[in-house]
Design a protein around this ligand. Structure first.
Ligand SMILES: [Zn+2]
Length: 314
């Protein structure tokens, strides 16, 4: 099941108690998911969805609020038998007139609706509107892949209402046009979480947050591992260089001819090339700290460098 489907299934189970919210949901569905047609001078508003639960929800909400039933038609695509789409058709002028009145919409137009002013005054209704718009034209990417939530609609006004409402919540909405649709989208993970919270998709929100936390953890673990790998590489390279230098000293000057404080460390490094500076220091007698060991090994490097210089001039 896609993450979008998970969210929508949950939203279809959100209960609406107040009539104002039910009306706002119908308004959102029609505004975001509308397909208008003027056939034989009759106005016709149609909402098409592939989600059976959503189709049932629209149908029963309209019935409950207006006491009138929209028509429902079911289409099965011939190619894929499983592919079913549901059309909820508001053909009755009675319903349309009630909608026009309730939402102070001046006119239906083939491409647009013209709400004279937004009737979404209550917070509960704004949330209902957003939920409905998401159910109609929304989708959200699987958080494992990317953070992207969008609502696509043919209605420019709809995206503007969405943007306006979400601005009050501090959610940054961008609008673009795509194939004749207006698309309101949210990119930041934090904002998507807020949006899911507002529309009441709390289960999906938890799921989203879990993925987000895991992703963040994975990123920081990777960062630490990368950092440690880099450090380890540096340590290994240094040890290899030290051993080479000591071997050079051994074959030319002889380790026994080194200053006394360098003899032990040179022998230890030759024997234990894999040990850290701290571990080497602990093997010395008396014990020596990390920086002391480092200092002596640098001395050995310098001596080896001098031997090399001299062999060049000879
Ligand atoms: Zn309300």
């Amino acid at each position: 099941m896609s993450f979008s489907t998970l969210v929508k299934d949950e939203l279809c189970r959100v209960e609406l108690h107040d009539a104002c919210c039910k009306k706002s949901e119908i308004f959102g569905v029609i505004l975001a998911g509308n397909l208008f047609s003027y056939e034989k001078n009759s106005r016709n508003v149609k909402v098409v969805t592939e989600n059976a639960a959503f189709a049932r929800r629209i149908y029963s909400t309209v019935r409950r609020v207006y006491g009138l039933s929209p028509e429902v038609s079911i289409r099965r695509s011939s190619k894929l038998k499983k592919h079913i789409s549901y059309s909820i058709i508001f053909a009755s002028m009675q319903i349309i007139n009630k909608l026009l009145y309730d939402f102070e919409i001046s006119a239906f137009n083939e491409n647009d609706l013209f709400p004279m002013n937004t009737t979404l005054k209550n917070v509960c209704c704004k949330k209902s509107f957003l939920r409905a718009a998401f159910l109609s034209g929304g989708s959200v990417s699987d958080p494992e892949k990317t953070y992207h939530l969008e609502i696509a609609t043919r209605n420019k006004m709809c995206t503007e209402i969405i943007k306006e409402i979400l601005k009050d919540y501090g959610i940054n909405v961008k609008i673009i046009t795509r194939k004749g649709n207006y698309v309101a989208y949210i990119k930041e993970g934090e904002n998507i979480v807020d949006f899911l919270n507002i529309i009441g998709a709390h289960g999906a929100l938890m799921e989203f947050e879990n993925v987000r936390i895991l992703k963040d953890m994975r990123n920081s673990v990777n960062r630490i591992v990368n950092c440690e790998t880099a450090n380890l590489e540096k340590t290994v390279n240094a040890a290899v260089r030290q051993v080479e230098n000591i071997k050079l000293i051994q074959s030319t000057l002889g380790i026994g001819n080194l200053p006394e404080n360098l003899i032990d460390i040179a022998n230890l490094r030759l024997e234990y090339s894999e040990l850290s500076l701290k571990e080497l220091g602990e093997m010395l007698c008396p014990k020596l700290g990390k920086s002391g060991v480092n200092h002596r090994l640098r001395k050995l490097d310098e001596i080896a460098d001098k031997i090399r210089e001299r062999s060049k001039t000879l």
